[in-house]
Design a protein around this ligand. Structure first.
Ligand code: FES
Ligand SMILES: [Fe+2]
Length: 396
């Protein structure tokens, strides 16, 4: 049961009042985006954890990190300990990472085991979360191995969905079906055989900025001409179009005239790629914090992990097609693409951190927007308002 503290209720009411001035409903030219407190206030950060990150489908981990049955990975979602596990039947499931007895966190590092065993009093649970045994439960040497008595203490499962290499959880359990959530993306991925993708590498970054600034920056291409010299040369501003959106999915894309080694081009393409996808790049955000880009030869996942109101972590995971991900003959081509991602993201981090520090200024509180490029920022803000504004399960 979720309960909001008095401070969280107060910050929610302040926030809803501020965005209730019509800034998100007006056309971008007259409207604005999220107010400063949503980027700077610790109570708002905790409110967001209990609403946005609990009630939506949230990215939790990579399936390739859970390769074999018994592989376990502890993660933290919405400020709560969660464990992902590959079960005996080869599916991935998620549980609250907490022992039902005295609440010890069960798994603290990635490992492989045939069962969960709590280090505190050695209660054990199957990979499917069933309590198996409680040693000395009824007194010395009087163990409980009677499964009919045990069921009351099974691990608490979290709703999860695995889509390609990406595992999502919905802790609140009441988000719309995952498939319908990603339907606007699936429709645009027709023609790409994603089963050909292989994980190649991941980059990690620490940012002194709120997670929302990282995601907002990712989806808007307006800053390309001034922040990304190479990218602007690859596709100039006159060839770019404004991002679009459909419910929780924000998207953008372009056509490029010629390939560039920095963006692949020397790597194998998706098999049977239709001609209209052969010179395209598209990118997507699934609200709140999962994003990816797709090109003829790669998919690059971008996740902004909330850490605190003014800090986040980013993961960029790179996937290539077939042996493009690992064959020696492609190692230089891969290194070129990976280096380019690293360079581009450092160019972004500079402005993202500046936007964070700008949000401590009373000379800013939501911004004056471009009518062409920025309506997507209002949609992102509306999604946030919708999640934060809903009464959490259990009421307040
Ligand atoms: S807290 Fe886990 S067995 Fe006691
Ligand atoms: Fe950028």
């Amino acid at each position: 049961m979720t309960r909001l503290s008095a401070a969280q209720q107060q910050v929610r009411s302040d926030f809803l009042q501020q965005v209730g001035d019509g800034r998100l409903d007006k056309p971008a030219a007259e409207g604005s985006a999220l107010p400063n407190l949503s980027y700077t206030c610790d109570d708002f950060f905790r409110l967001e954890q209990q609403t946005v990150f609990r009630d939506n489908w949230v990215f939790a981990g990579f399936a390739h990190r859970l390769e074999r049955s018994g592989d376990m990975q502890p993660v933290e979602i919405a400020g709560q300990p969660v464990v992902l596990v590959r079960t005996a039947d080869d599916s991935i499931r998620a549980f609250h990472n907490v022992c039902r007895h005295r609440g010890a966190r069960l798994v603290t590092e990635c490992r492989n085991s045939s069962k969960f065993v709590c280090p505190n009093h050695a209660w054990s649970y199957s990979l499917e979360g069933k309590l198996i045994a409680r040693p000395h439960f009824h007194g010395g040497e009087r163990h409980d191995v009677n499964s009919s008595e045990c069921h009351r203490a099974d691990l608490v499962e979290i709703r999860s969905a695995t889509w390609h290499d990406w595992v999502f959880v919905n802790i609140g359990g009441e988000a719309e079906a995952f498939e319908s959530c990603i339907a606007p993306i699936s429709a645009k991925l027709e023609g790409y055989d994603l089963t050909a993708l292989r994980f190649a590498d991941a980059l990690e970054f620490e940012l002194a900025a709120n997670w929302k600034l990282a995601i907002e920056n990712f989806i808007e291409p307006y800053h390309v001409f001034s922040c990304h010299p190479w990218l602007n040369g690859f596709v100039g501003m006159d060839e770019r179009v404004a991002p679009t959106f459909e419910r929780r999915v924000l998207s953008c894309g372009y056509e490029f005239k010629a390939t560039d080694p920095a963006r692949g081009g020397e790597l194998p393409w998706f098999p049977g790629l239709p001609p209209e996808k052969q010179n395209r790049g598209d990118w997507f955000v699934l609200f709140p914090n999962f994003a990816f880009e797709i090109f003829p030869d790669q998919v690059d996942v971008f996740v902004a992990w909330p850490q605190a109101a003014d800090s986040c972590r980013e993961t960029i995971a790179l996937y290539f097609v077939g042996d493009g991900a690992s064959a020696e003959k492609y190692s230089d081509a891969r290194a070129h693409v990976i280096q380019n991602w690293n360079d581009l993201n450092h160019e972004d981090i500079g402005v993202v951190e500046r936007m964070q520090s700008g949000r401590n200024s009373e000379g800013f509180d939501g911004g004056v927007l471009s009518p062409y490029w920025d309506p997507v920022l209002q949609q992102f803000a509306r999604l946030l308002v919708e999640s934060v504004g809903e009464e959490p399960v259990g009421g307040t």
